[in-house]
Structures are given as structure tokens and as C-alpha cells.
Ligand binder design. Structure first.
Ligand SMILES: [Zn+2]
Length: 77
């Protein structure tokens, strides 16, 4: 079952500087710019975006191509 996070959260892109670590946290989400899917930065269930760029489980997200992922702050609507 796929849940459209955009129906629950409002997302604002996070700016990260050159060389800064990719942000992570309970209110941080990543949008895959390849398939437009949004996943949590601390996924507790197994998640995988449509194209496989973002994959995670057990609270850890793996980003294969960081150039195709946009970190965003999620706020409950
Ligand atoms: Zn993807």
C-alpha cells in the first residue's frame, strides 16, 4: 500500500550547504526527483521509492544518488 505523504504533510524544501551532511530527523523527508515519491528520513518500516533511489528501513534511509533527492521539512497539515 502506497501512502501519498503530500495529503498529510506540507513540505518545504530544506537548503543544505556544500559539504554539509544530508539532514535527518523525525520531520525531515526526502523527495526523489526521479519518480517524485516522498519518503521519511527515518523510516521505521521498509520504504523504497518507485525508482529505487531512496531505500530505507530500521530508522535509516539510504540515498543512492543524492543529486536526485531533495530534503524537505514536513509539517502536518
Ligand atoms: Zn525514486
Amino acid at each position: 500500500m502506497k501512502l501519498d505523504m503530500r495529503k498529510i504533510y506540507r513540505f518545504d524544501p530544506l537548503r543544505i550547504g556544500e559539504g554539509e551532511p544530508m539532514p535527518s530527523g523525525g520531520n525531515v523527508y526526502y523527495e526523489c526527483t526521479e519518480c517524485r515519491e516522498v519518503v521519511s528520513s527515518v523510516p521505521h518500516i521498509i520504504v523504497k521509492c518507485g525508482c529505487g533511489n531512496l531505500e530505507g528501513k530500521a530508522g535509516k534511509l539510504t540515498i543512492k544518488d543524492a543529486g536526485k533527492a531533495t530534503p524537505m521539512k514536513g509539517t502536518l497539515k
